[in-house]
Design a protein. Structure first.
Length: 270
């Protein structure tokens, strides 16, 4: 077997939380990532038949039966992933209609997957229905997006339009817009179900006064998606108290749609 720490997907799974921590998005043990893998990806590096232990998931997800996920651990600090990936990450396979997770590698200190595991898995189900290429779900606490939820209308159209107006690239990067949930208790099936419903129409879901969920085809794309929205929120927070003399107009955003072959969410542009 090859060394699992040399697997390209493992290398990126170590780099990404390190980068997220360096951006200030994941203080302490805040934030979590899950990456969907194929059995062929895994089989080069470990024996799928060798199950270390089984962990109940606390929910049911029949659509994910037999699926493999590399997931950050509960209570783990993103800054430590690069130093001890085998403790801070775990590779699991879902069985019994998604109610059980077989640990195949990682969580060597006896830990388990993030407390937001239900929200991640439900979001994976939702995004796979929309786009089978979506394999990553990422949650973090970017300061400006979080701050924006205190001072901006949480209406999804209004929230999206404000972000689109802050940076020329925004409508190109997330033409499906940003969905928003009001404050809810984290780590529950209820917030997982609500997030999954929002994921059916957008790859970004803001949790008001908490953070954001993003989904994408790989770690780079998902990181970039959140990074772009956070940059727009930073600009908004810098100018929100000032009179706006200029903006990106709807007519200009229609030009961007034409230039880059995207279409903004229906009804969000005039």
């Amino acid at each position: 077997m090859k060394d699992i720490l040399t697997a390209p997907w493992m290398v990126e799974m170590i780099r990404t939380p390190t980068n997220m921590y360096d951006h200030g998005w994941d203080e302490r043990n805040g934030g979590n990532i899950s990456l969907l893998l194929d059995e062929a990806d895994v089989a080069e590096y470990l024996d799928p038949a060798q199950v270390l232990r089984t962990i109940p998931t606390g929910f049911e997800a029949p659509a994910l039966e037999g699926k493999y996920f590399l997931v950050t651990g509960t209570g783990k600090y993103f800054k430590n992933v690069q130093y001890a990936p085998e403790v801070n990450l775990g590779l699991v396979r879902l069985t019994e209609r998604g109610t059980q997770a077989e640990l195949l590698w990682g969580y060597e200190d006896g830990g388990k997957f993030t407390s937001e595991f239900p929200a991640h898995m439900m979001s994976h189900v939702a995004r796979l229905r929309v786009d089978p290429a979506n394999r990553v779900v990422m949650h973090c606490h970017p300061a400006n997006l979080l701050a924006m939820t205190y001072v901006h209308d949480l209406d999804e159209r209004a929230f999206t339009r404000t972000l689109w107006q802050m940076c020329t690239e925004c409508i190109v990067v997330f033409p499906d817009g940003v969905n928003v949930l009001p404050w809810m208790l984290c780590g529950t099936n209820e917030i997982g179900e609500a997030t999954a419903e929002k994921m059916e129409t957008a790859r970004l879901v803001v949790w008001a006064q908490h953070g954001i969920y993003g989904a994408g085809k790989d770690l780079d794309e998902t990181f970039g998606l959140i990074e772009t929205a956070e940059k727009a929120a930073e600009i908004y927070m810098k100018i929100a108290h000032l009179p706006r003399v200029n903006t990106i107009t709807d007519a200009q955003m229609h030009l961007l749609e034409q230039r880059f072959g995207v279409r903004g969410r229906d009804g969000y542009l005039d």
